[in-house]
Every structure is written in C-alpha cells, then in structure tokens.
Ligand binder design. Sequence first.
Ligand code: DGL
Length: 250
Amino acid sequence: MDNAPIAVFDSGLGGISVLRELTGQLPREDFLYFGDSANAPYGPKTLEAVRTLTLAAAEKLFARGCKALVVACNTATSAAAALLRETWPARPVVGVEPALKPASVHRRVLVLATEMTLREEKFAKLLRDYGGSSDVSTIAAPGIVECVERGETAGPALEEYLNALLAPCRDNPPEAVVLGCTHFPFAKDAIAHALGQPVHFYDGAEGVARETRRRLAACGLLSGRPGPGHVELTNSREDKLETAWKLLQM
Ligand code: DGL
C-alpha cells in the first residue's frame, strides 16, 4: 500500500480527459496533475524537444514523491515512454496511445491525432497490428489542441476549423473516429457535428485508467486510504488553472 499521489502529465489541458477517468476508476488515490501549457502544443515540435520537456516534467513530478506516472499525452508517450521507463525503471509509467485496437471492428476508421503521434513508430506498429482489416485514414488536427487550450470546446472558431478539416470526409464518412490526442475528447460533440452523421468514438482514457489500476495492484502500490482521494492541478501557466478545473468538471 502506498498513499503517495499518482502523477499525471500532458503538454497542457488535454490530459484532464484522462484524469477524469482515473479519478472515476481509482477514487481513493491522490493525483498530482501537471499540464505544460507554457510549451503546448507538443505535436509540431521536434522529437528531441518533446523528449527533453517530458523528462523534465517527470523529474519534477517524481521529486514531489509521486509513486507512478501516467503520461496522459499520446505525443509525449510516442516520443518518450521508452526513455521514461529506462530513466525510472522502478516506477510504474503508463502511457496513452490511439485506441485503434477497439476501433478496428469498424470498416472505415478515421484517426485524429497530432503530427508527431501519426509520424512516430508507435503508431506505425499500431497500424500494422490492428489496421489490417479496416480502411484507416489519418488527419493531424493541431487546431483542436489550440481551441481546447483556450477553453473552447464549442463555438465558431472550433466549428469553422473542423468544418474545413473534415470536409473531405463528408462524402464517405468514417464509421468510427479514434481520438488519438487527449485534448480531442473535449471537442467530441463539435467533431460529430462537423462530420454530419453519428459515429462511434474511441479514446484511450478508459484503457489507461484500467492499466494504471492493474500496474499499481501488481506492485502493491494501491492506496490504503478509506475515503476519497485528493486532486491537485498544476500548470506551467498559472492562468490556465481555472480552465483546467472547468474541464475536469465537464
Ligand atoms: N494532448 C496531447 C496528445 O495527446 C498533445 C497535444 C499537443 O500538445 O500537441 O497527443
């Protein structure tokens, strides 16, 4: 048993979509969330830059006594998960990846993610393993990250961006959309609206929370606290905290 907090990290506010699921599945745990909004978005950066930022964030979170790290960012996971596990071999490190596996029961699948997630080897492997029986298309959607960072989960800027981005899909719409960036679940309704017809959505949050619980249990690190845990939100931009709390309550 270990009552230390679980660290949750993202390039900004997106990882809160994973934190919501974590607090639901692990209600007795404490969580320390760090969003690096000062450096967001990570998607268009170089691999080296994302690795450096992710390692620095993990260093800070482990220095605060966290017992495990959830990388609630698909981009940071593709860039740095292996490096994090090498650097902290004794700590459980759980990463999020595009939920292509459960989505692959559908014939036409659209994966929305960041440029880096779509370019890295982790996604190429997912495609090899689970993309075979579906017609999988991919679109990088950095504009959604920008809107969510501003706290806009609806409204004209997001609508206009999505209408233009998804216009090529409207003739032959996907049956399923994989939300391969943790910012995107906050824009789910706007995405569905822009596609103009109902689709099945998949994101990695539920799987990550399940895997976190499994890893903590296996290491004997689940909290022994009888009552509910506590959530602390931190951000490299203080002015983002109000939006962060709003998103957590959505
Ligand atoms: N939320 C992140 C992800 O899951 C990245 C967004 C960004 O900073 O570009 O990929």
